[in-house]
Design a protein around this ligand. Structure first.
Ligand SMILES: Cc1ncc(COP(=O)(O)O)c(C=O)c1O
Length: 395
């Protein structure tokens, strides 16, 4: 189908919750995607950090093909072999002991919120969340989200959430009360503009949790699975969470979400307390196991460090050249470039030149390429950015 045709059908039949770029992507391999007119793009959006392994990674494709012809779905009323294998792999490679599986990031955060409320035994239920955060679009997760634009029009919101400024320990301390049960945050805020938690801040949050018997919930939905140069971002900080949520690249492109926690906290959920029809289905779990094994076996975390540092260095060189670049920040391959003007035109200019990037909080260009990206591909993106920036000129 031609782009115009798809656009027309979308206009007529799809509810308009997305502002879409005029592009129909029909094929992907590795770091590249192709549109319906056959044009090739280097994909530095990667499904907003979903395609961590790039598109159609052979191990994930094989795992899906093998599972799809054997058993796609079976109820959680029965034991599921691919589910226990994935849970074991996650436990062996993280702080956690046990997982619960669902289908998306918002559902994972919902599960974390519900588990915290169980932990609070009806007496403690409040969760402290951060300004600039993003935790999902369900009613509870958007209440936990510290950005007004997502909440507008949805009042009354879920009770029991306190929002405080990010990277400010004192403000957290100020709102802890006898009702508080948890602190929830992203070690690196994604939708909020690639804001990195300071080292002392996260250590301080851990300490506050320990002193007040609070659960530390880390949302690693965007920053987990090797993206920041560690398998999980909490590893940068020398601390461990009590609950971690994952989704996005967990399934190597296939939808899956999960929470991981310690045995003691997991025991606050009993059979019937929480569930998901599709959660932990054989197909999603087999895809996720293959994806996670590929990240570990193919040394993609090391690549995220090396290529990520190289990318940041090159972006900092651009910052020296263009005064409208206010800041370059991030870790590994989760990088933001803050401009002093709205970035949407830069995004479309890059798209014209065959590079897909995106912009968040209006002014932050976000780069979350697949972890398989090479320095040569970074050079190409830098050249295109330089060319696009040079047309804007010095300000
Ligand atoms: C940090 C974070 N948490 C939660 C979510 C929600 O995930 P989903 O869209 O799969 O519900 C997102 C999505 O962008 C996210 O970046």
């Amino acid at each position: 189908m031609k782009t115009e045709e798809v656009k027309k059908l979308d206009e007529k039949y799809v509810i308009h919750t997305y502002k879409r770029a005029p592009l129909v992507l029909v094929k992907g391999r590795g770091t590249k995607v192709w549109d319906s007119e056959g044009k090739e793009y280097l994909d530095f959006v990667a499904g907003i950090a979903v395609n961590g392994l790039g598109h159609c990674h052979s191990k994930v494709v094989k795992a899906i093909q093998q599972q799809v012809s054997q058993l796609m779905h079976i109820s959680n009323l029965y034991y599921i072999e691919p589910q226990v294998k994935l849970a074991k792999l996650l436990a062996e490679n993280s702080f956690g002991d046990k997982s619960f599986f669902c289908n998306s990031g918002a559902e994972a955060n919902e599960a974390a919120i519900k588990l915290s409320r169980k932990y609070g035994k009806g007496k403690r239920y409040e969760i402290i969340c951060m300004e600039g955060s993003f935790h999902g679009r369900t009613l509870a997760t958007l209440t936990a989200t510290g950005q007004e634009k997502y909440r507008k029009g949805y009042a009354p919101l879920a009770p029991g959430f306190k929002i405080v400024p990010f990277n400010n320990l004192e403000k957290v301390e100020e709102v802890i009360s006898s009702r508080t049960v948890a602190i929830m945050l992203e070690p690196i805020q994604g939708e909020g503009g690639i804001n990195v938690a300071k080292d002392d801040y996260l250590k301080g949050i851990r300490k506050l949790c320990d002193e007040n018997n609070l659960l530390l919930i880390l949302d690693e939905i965007q920053c987990g699975m090797g993206r920041t140069g560690k398998l999980f971002s909490y590893e940068h900080y020398g601390i461990e969470p009590d609950i971690m949520t994952l989704a996005k690249s967990l399934g190597g492109g296939f939808p899956i979400g999960c929470i991981i926690t310690k045995d003691k906290i997991a025991s606050y959920f009993s059979p019937g307390d929480h569930a998901s029809t599709f959660g932990g289905n054989p197909l999603a779990c087999n895809a996720a196991r293959a994806a996670m094994e590929a990240i570990l076996e193919e040394k993609l975390i090391e690549n995220a460090v090396q290529v990520g540092n190289y990318f940041i260095e090159k972006l900092k060189e651009l910052k020296k050249k263009y005064s409208f670049i206010k800041n370059v920040r991030g870790k590994g391959l989760m990088i933001g470039v803050e401009l002093d003007f709205e970035g949407k035109d830069i995004v479309s200019k890059c798209q014209e030149k065959g590079i897909l990037i995106n912009c968040t909080v209006d002014k932050v260009l976000r780069f979350v390429p697949p972890l398989i990206v090479t320095k040569k591909e970074i050079d190409r993106v830098i050249d295109v950015l330089d060319e696009v920036f040079s047309k804007i000129g010095m300000r």
